[in-house]
Design a protein around this ligand. Structure first.
Ligand code: ADP
Length: 495
């Protein structure tokens, strides 16, 4: 019988299931939107049971669409929104609080109180002290339920990121596990020693009894007995890590950028973690068998969201895809720079107070120039990440692999290639996150024999070569840096 790998991709706003065949092609897919809850300003939560129900729905639908049953499934891979935190009762399997989503700022105070421990935490975890990561969220939940701390200490409560929660549910409560990539986003996991760190646990006062066992990303996570008595979960990785794997970034210096609402760039840095002094995060890329690979990660807050602003804010385009046609109406952005610092700037500036700006406007400026300059801003911000990575990793860079909604725009992709002065490659299967975790599962089951076997399935849809004169590139980057510096100087009193 023809077999497939079932990838479950549980994201912030949707759950997805995809069946992949041996050549890495999509057989069928199903998606469910997921409701987010905003109980207070800056708080973002979700109902863990609804997350589980949505996964159930998409698993059923994807099989029905492919006209098959679990009997056709070789194994399952789970990839997930990272850092989102769930705590549940060990006896009943019922969550004791909503899932606190990675974006949520409700633990700012807990993090601010630990500001002086910043370096201590960075040296162990490769992360920054920030509400994004799970540790402060666990602390928050234990503080906001009755006898939280005591129940956790008595071993009555279990913590999990979304992967752990789904594996627990799929194995009918038999397995409480996570993988190294998800563990590396908690602020509790030492990425040098590769274990839960007692000093960090003490710092956040989190009992070890509630933490899942940490496993390689390609591993036997148990039988998904909820769905079938025979199908195992063989893959688990956080979404960005799975995407890096799905892009076949197996060599040091291989890197990818995802152009969604924001941009996420990850670079394979090999088997030794490198700590960044430029604000990049160091994270575990994956573990297959005994081999642990690390990555540097940087993110841009406003990527494709800048195009949404052109559409919904400025109303100069009607759809995101119209940005291409609009930008083509002019030959260049004519010296205009847009700095889309709508919510401050991330790596390497880490400036919460800076706001968006536009420079170089003349009487001749049209909306088309502004659209083009906004697309270019996405590429410049990604260049900033790239520049940090080059300095930190010192690796030999050949090409950038890309995915995400905004890669549909050839103007943006060509400009990205021009500014980075390297080739930009877009794969045929853009669902690289789901594909990555399918690969991880299939490697464990023997569906794919080895990495070479996987590489043979990997195909590119299109490639962009740099066309711009290097002198021009230099001038443009100089202009961008000046625009950012100028925007950062404009800090009027806001009260
Ligand atoms: P997310 O996973 O963050 O929701 P997606 O990968 O679905 O993001 O990509 C959506 C983003 O891509 C939106 O911000 C949208 O503005 C942008 N986008 C979609 N199509 C285009 C396009 N043709 N040109 C530029 N940006 C686009």
């Amino acid at each position: 019988m023809r077999k497939f790998i079932l990838a479950i991709d549980q994201g912030t706003t949707s759950s997805r299931a995809i069946l992949f065949d041996h050549s890495g092609h999509i057989i069928s897919s199903a998606v469910r939107e997921l409701e987010l809850l905003y109980p207070h300003e800056g708080y973002v939560e979700a109902d863990p049971l609804k997350i589980w129900i949505s996964v159930n729905d998409v698993v059923n639908e994807v099989l029905i669409k492919a006209n098959c049953t679990m009997k056709s499934v070789d194994s399952i891979g789970v990839t997930n929104q990272r850092e989102t935190t769930i705590v549940w009762d060990k006896k009943t399997g019922i969550p004791v609080y909503n899932a606190v989503v990675w974006q949520s700022r409700q633990t700012v105070d807990i993090c601010n109180a630990l500001e002086d421990k910043k370096d201590f935490i960075h040296k162990k975890t490769g992360l920054l002290i920030n509400p994004y990561f799970s540790a402060s969220k666990i602390r928050y939940i234990l503080d906001h339920i009755k006898n939280g701390q005591k129940r956790a200490e008595n071993g009555e409560l279990l913590f999990g990121t979304v992967d752990t929660w789904l594996i627990y549910k799929m194995t009918n409560g038999k397995k409480h596990l996570t993988d190294v990539t998800n563990a590396s986003r908690t602020l509790l996991y030492n990425i040098f020693d590769m274990k839960w760190d007692d000093e960090l646990l003490k710092l956040f006062n989190i009992p070890k009894a509630m933490l899942p066992q940490v496993c390689p990303s390609s591993y036997d996570f148990g039988v998904a007995s909820y769905f079938s008595p025979n199908v195992h979960i063989y893959g688990d990785a956080g979404d960005q890590h799975a995407s890096l794997f799905g892009h076949n970034c197996f060599e040091v210096g291989d890197f990818k950028n995802t152009y969604g609402t924001g941009c996420f760039m990850l670079m394979n840095i090999g088997t030794k973690p490198i700590l960044s002094d430029k604000g990049l995060l160091t994270t575990v890329a994956w573990q297959v068998k005994n081999k642990i690979v690390y990555a540097l990660e940087g993110s841009v807050f406003i990527g494709g969201a800048a195009v949404q602003w052109l559409r919904d804010g400025l109303k100069v385009i009607k759809t995101a895809s119209e940005s291409e046609e609009s930008a083509r109406k002019v030959e260049s952005s004519d010296g205009i720079y847009v700095v889309p610092a709508f919510v401050g700037l991330g790596t390497p500036y880490w400036d919460d107070e800076v706001r968006g700006a536009m420079f170089g406007i003349t009487r001749a400026t049209t909306k088309y120039h502004i659209v083009r300059a906004t697309l270019e801003a996405i590429a410049y911000q990604s260049y900033d990440l790239f520049e940090c990575m080059l300095k930190d990793a010192g690796a030999d860079i050949k090409s950038l692999r890309v995915d995400g909604g905004a890669t549909a725009n050839p103007i943006l992709m060509q400009f990205q290639s021009d500014i980075l002065q390297i080739e930009v490659k877009k794969p045929k299967v853009l669902e690289t996150t789901a594909l990555g975790v399918a690969y991880l599962a299939g490697l464990y089951s023997g569906y794919w024999t080895n990495v070479e076997d996987i590489k043979a399935t990997h195909e590119y849809d299109c490639k962009y070569e740099p066309k711009m004169d290097p002198k021009e590139v230099e001038k443009r980057i100089e202009g961008w840096k000046l625009a950012v510096a100028s925007a950062r100087m404009f800090k009027p009193k806001r009260k």
